[in-house]
Design a binder for this molecule. Structure first.
Ligand code: IPM
Ligand code: MG
Length: 358
């Protein structure tokens, strides 16, 4: 029997609560399926670890997880620690060296969930956002001089490389090709940003020639926010730079009903390094410890993890269980306007996994 080694990094805030729920669901799936198992290794990295050790993860932390089959991540972010330290010290410290350059963010309006868009339901909003996850505005290049003085200067330099743009375009075109509509929208801002974004557009056209069966178009990021809101049914697969996709994916999550349901996969498509799966929502310290966090974002991320591991049947089973649960308003957490708690939703998903006829 195949045993998958999963590195579990709950992180901060509600990360622990939702990741515990995710692990329970994965255990239930393995038990139900009987053909594979999980071995979970837990790592207490994050804000509390930082308070004790002065860093978010140990110096050799990546070596401890390098050979795992996948990483299940909660969230990084702590009210006592600046956000750029928690981000660069943990999440980006894993994503970038592990070359998880393709960040995939599916968005759908799940059954029972109401979109804030008038008259828009399931079939009209079914997107996958592909976020460039290794460079661009998150390259970390820049500096500050003359700190605190009137002449202080600071830069954050966005770096785009031909190799980086080409591989994310190929990934996005391939993903679009595998979806029924074979439709890709390339998000850009090449009117104002006249160097790297112009190269971005050129490489999109070049890669498009490798995928003649994919219909594609180009959209300026500002206009894209309007199109997502007013004509959601005209979109399918979307590719955007690191920062553009960061912003658009929050909009997408809100339009699909809640940030609490949105999943992410940070993929190293070549599988040289493990890929990492996490809910999009942050650490949400305001609701931490109350047991009301929505575990659906983590469940859906676990679905993406199972797909990546090649366990398609288990992935489909978990997604079905999630959809059954969202379809019942009595099982909605407060972010969806309900009163259910994490425990109740998790029990319902596990019950559905166990009960379902294979
Ligand atoms: C995301 C998040 C992160 C990002 C935050 C937590 C730094 O918003 O995954 O979208 O900006 O990448
Ligand atoms: Mg974001």
């Amino acid at each position: 029997m195949k045993t998958y080694k999963i590195a579990v990094i709950p992180g901060d805030g509600i990360g622990t609560e939702v990741v515990d729920a995710g692990v329970e669901a994965l255990k239930a799936l393995a038990a139900r399926d009987g053909t594979f198992a999980f071995h979970f290794d837990h790592f207490d990295w994050g804000g509390e670890y930082y308070k004790k050790h002065g860093r978010m993860m140990p110096e050799n932390g990546r070596d401890a997880i390098r050979h795992h089959d996948a990483i299940l991540f909660g969230s990084a972010g702590h009210p006592d620690i600046p956000d750029h330290i928690t981000l660069w010290g943990l999440r980006l410290a894993i994503c970038q060296p592990f070359d998880q350059y393709a960040n995939v963010r599916p968005t759908r309006i799940l059954p029972g969930v109401v979109s804030p868009l008038r008259g828009v339901s399931g079939p009209e909003l079914d997107w996958v956002i592909v976020r460039e996850n290794s460079e661009g505005e998150y390259a970390g290049v820049g500096g500050r001089v003359h700190q605190g003085l009137p002449e202080e200067a600071a830069t954050d330099v966005s770096i785009m490389t031909r190799a980086g743009v080409t591989r994310i375009m190929r990934f996005a075109f391939r993903l679009a090709q595998g979806r029924p509509r074979k439709l890709l929208t390339v998000v850009t801002k090449s009117n104002a940003q006249r160097h790297a974004m112009v190269m971005w557009d050129e490489i999109a056209s070049e890669v498009a020639r490798e995928f003649p069966d994919v219909t594609w178009d180009k959209m300026l990021v500002d206009a894209m926010t309007m199109r997502m809101t007013l004509k959601p049914q005209t979109l399918d697969t979307i590719v955007a730079s690191n920062l553009h996709a960061d912003i658009l994916s929050d909009l997408a999550a809100a339009l699909a009903g809640s940030l609490g349901i949105a999943p992410t996969a940070n993929l190293n498509p070549e599988r040289v390094f493990p890929s990492m799966f996490e809910p999009i929502h942050g650490s949400a310290f305001d609701i931490m410890g109350k047991g009301v966090a929505n575990p659906v974002g983590t469940f859906w991320s676990a679905v993406m993890m199972l797909e990546h591991l090649g366990e398609k049947a288990a992935a489909a089973r978990l997604m079905k269980a999630v959809e059954r649960v969202t379809a019942d308003p009595a099982l909605h957490t407060p972010d969806l306007g309900g009163t259910a708690n994490t425990r109740k939703v998790t029990d319902a998903v596990i019950g559905s996994i166990a009960a379902e006829n294979a």
